[in-house]
Design a protein around this ligand. Structure first.
Ligand SMILES: [Zn+2]
Length: 248
């Protein structure tokens, strides 16, 4: 069974188990271990991670649900559409289902440039959006309502599909009108913030800091039915999802 990643997606399988274990213990595990980041950049990420912790606490307080395992990836993913248009996009964050020790884990990956350059409000939006993808995956995995989708090949399709793979923000953050509105607006056509893109281009990509290209068509991971059967998900998340389901 192939599961497409969200926006915001891929290559969970290329990360090996050792890397996964580092990140499970410490969100900055991969950043600390990266030989390609200079000491000043690592230091700056260490300072900026405080905003990530604050946003995680805010989202947990708003929803009563624990934020899933997350980590900072020192490599910025740049995606290229697999049709002939050659469009490229920056993937600031991704929600990745991965099979670890025969069970499914859902991880949220934040790119180092997002942590370094995003304003607090943009960081909050991106992390809230990934949280909605996480809930959608929990919903699909826990109810068996798995979408057997094929991976989109162009950005138009990708961004269009992306919204369908996230739970409606108004249902998860019912008392947060502004956040809900901003999430709807910013992610309607896929997330892209010109100011942040520019900062990433100048301060990260053009400085030769770690970047990896991925093809949109490769945004899938294989999950076995066996792993699915052995997996369990956060009961609080499952409880919230069941109330949303019955209120439809
Ligand atoms: Zn998304």
């Amino acid at each position: 069974m192939k599961i497409p990643f969200s926006c915001c997606s891929t290559t969970g399988t290329s990360r090996n188990l050792v890397e996964f274990l580092i990140t499970k213990i410490n969100p900055l595990g991969l950043v600390s271990a990266s030989p390609k980041l200079s000491a000043p950049i690592r230091k700056k990420i260490n300072v900026k991670i405080e905003s990530v912790y604050e946003v995680v606490s805010e989202i947990e307080a708003m929803t009563g649900i624990s934020f899933p395992t997350y980590y900072v990836d020192p490599v910025l993913m740049v995606s290229i559409s697999s049709d002939s248009s050659g469009e490229i996009g920056i993937l600031y964050a991704r929600t990745i289902p991965a099979e670890v020790n025969g069970k499914i884990s859902i991880l949220i990956q934040l790119s180092a440039p997002l942590v370094l350059y995003a304003s607090k409000s943009i960081l909050r939006l991106v992390m809230a959006h990934e949280f909605l993808h996480y809930l959608e995956l929990v919903n699909q995995f826990s109810t068996g309502k798995l979408l057997s989708e094929i991976s989109p090949t162009s950005f138009f399709e990708e961004t269009y599909e992306d919204a369908k793979r996230a739970i409606d923000p108004a249902k998860v953050f019912p008392r947060k009108k502004k956040l809900t509105k901003d999430l709807g607006r910013e992610f309607q056509a896929g997330f892209s913030n010109e100011k942040l893109n520019e900062k990433c281009r100048k301060s990260w990509i053009e400085k030769g800091l770690p970047t990896a290209k991925i093809r949109m068509g490769a945004n899938q991971i294989k999950i076995s039915m066996n792993a699915l059967a052995k997996s369990s998900f956060d009961p609080e998340a499952v409880k919230l999802l069941s109330t949303l389901d019955s209120s439809k």
